[in-house]
Ligand binder design. Structure first.
Ligand code: HEM
Length: 449
């Protein structure tokens, strides 16, 4: 086990599930077991502040900008308009995923295996699919635009860490001279501002007629939800970039993790294929079909339980003194998070917790349990991938649908295996963050049987 997860397990065992402190390079962090989930879930930003925490870790105010850190009203558009329209947008997202796989893999017809750089494939397919929903065609396929979109998360994370080591009064200066984020924002503006201006112009010119002809994508839902003041194109551009930040590498890493399992453990392909074939035969490629793919859902959930994005969940900064449900006192200024690594490996919640058992959740559904309780997209005290409470991931229904479609499309159309059969590339840990091997290749060929 690598350093960070080992420390989480040791802390959990040594302190018998009670809160314990560990130093990060920035501050001490108090880690808690899932017994405290309700304290976190019910807490509001005036006590357990998400905003303060992410601002301190990633200097969001200076990277993504004030709109994301101070007035993220567009998260409401993700929760409402975007989530409600996932069914009607499904045909476009499916089309983009299937075309992107075809373009990226470019497999020969002779049935030969071809090595494919897994993390590049994941990022490019996710980038096209997400931006098909965010801004539509043709921009989602524009190479220069994709490059900015894909690189943005890394730029923000690196710049954020860099800025966060400076004292408060020097941060604006550090942001100005040392951060690559402003240049990335300007590069994105080059594509997005003309589109926003064109749309606002059409709205002013056509009035009612625009209502019937306007695009139907995340950018337009944001424009429609914005007040006159909020329609500032540069601000809308920042909000769109913020979405690219939230959606891109989280989903791409998740698919890469799942692909490595699929390629390393071919015995799981047949049951997945059988399920996908059955539901697609019944529903066609629709949201209903994807909803009915319990094994695909379970495979992804188990992947992210075993190979998470981070070993902690719901990081918050305590902004006024608080007493928790068990009497623990936390002083203002304390950094806290749930030790999700230990929750996800708790043998009471997950029998044989270290085993990759991809159908452990779909078996529950087959046994008659409520599918929602065990679904990949469901955030709970047992499954902390999506965080929880007030800031629970707003895009989780889209992320789940996108990833399920990508995995189902893969098993239906391709054979995959690892270059060294059965060997899954090891994850890399950066502090609490877990990243799938970013250099490894997976062998693909057109499906044979
Ligand atoms: C597998 C992919 C993803 C993972 C693992 C993930 C995970 C998370 C986590 C852990 C949080 C913070 C929750 C908390 O601390 O309580 C979060 C917040 C958020 N996520 Fe995701 N996310 C994913 C994909 C997406 C996508 C595709 C979108 C948008 C399309 C998105 C939009 C957001 C937004 C807007 C927030 C902030 C919510 C708020 O503060 O109210 N995420 N996500």
């Amino acid at each position: 086990m690598t350093a960070f997860p080992r420390l989480m397990v040791e802390g959990h065992t040594q302190f018998k599930g009670k809160p314990f402190q560990m130093a990060s390079f920035r501050s001490w962090i108090v880690y808690m077991s899932h017994e405290f989930h309700e304290d976190f879930r019910k807490a509001r930003d005036d006590t357990f502040s998400f905003k303060e925490e992410v601002n301190e870790v990633a200097a969001i105010e200076y990277t993504i900008g004030r709109v994301a850190s101070h007035d993220p009203w567009h998260y409401g558009v993700v929760r409402k308009q975007m989530t409600q329209n996932l069914g009607s947008k499904f045909p476009e997202i499916f089309e983009e995923i299937s075309l992107a796989f075809g373009d990226e893999l470019a497999l020969p017809d002779n049935g030969e295996w071809k090595p494919i750089w897994a993390s590049n494939l994941s990022t490019r397919v996710v980038c096209r699919a997400s931006n098909r929903l965010f801004v539509g065609l043709p921009l989602c396929r524009n190479e220069e635009f994709m490059k900015i979109s894909q690189g943005y998360t890394i730029t923000v994370v690196m710049s954020g860490y860099l800025i966060s080591v400076f004292p408060e009064f020097l941060k604006p200066l550090a942001a100005r001279y040392l951060s690559a984020a402003p240049a990335a924002t300007r590069a994105f503006e080059k594509f997005i501002l003309p589109i926003i201006e064109e749309r606002l112009g059409q709205e002013a010119k056509l009035g009612k007629a625009w209502e019937e002809s306007k695009p139907f994508d995340f950018l337009q839902w944001m424009i429609d939800a914005a007040t006159e003041e909020q329609k500032d194109p540069k601000e809308l551009n920042q909000r769109l970039l913020n979405m690219n930040f939230a959606a891109m590498h989280t989903s791409a890493m998740s698919y890469t993790h799942a692909l490595y399992w699929l390629a390393a453990r071919p015995e799981f392909v047949a049951p997945l294929r059988e399920e996908v074939e059955l539901v697609v035969k019944e529903h066609g490629w629709t949201k209903d079909a994807v909803n009915a793919m319990y094994k695909v859902d379970s495979f992804l959930k188990e992947t992210l339980r075993i190979n998470p994005i981070t070993a902690n969940s719901m990081p918050r900064k305590i902004v006024r003194d608080v007493r928790l449900s068990d009497g623990t006192q936390l002083r203002a200024g304390t950094h806290v998070a749930i030790n999700s690594w230990s929750v996800h490996r708790d043998p009471v919640l997950y029998p044989n917790p270290d085993e990759f058992d991809p159908f452990r959740f779909s078996r529950k559904v087959e046994e008659g349990e409520n599918p929602v309780r065990y679904a990949f997209a469901t955030a709970s005290s047992d499954f902390l991938l999506w965080g929880g409470g007030e800031h629970v991931c707003a895009g989780r229904f889209f992320a789940s649908q996108e990833l399920k479609t990508m995995l189902a499309y893969t098993v239906l159309n391709y054979d995959v295996k690892m270059p060294v059969e059965g060997v899954r590339p090891a994850d890399r840990w950066y502090g609490e963050g877990c990243v799938p091997d970013s250099k490894a290749s997976v062998l693909f060929r057109k499906r044979r049987d």
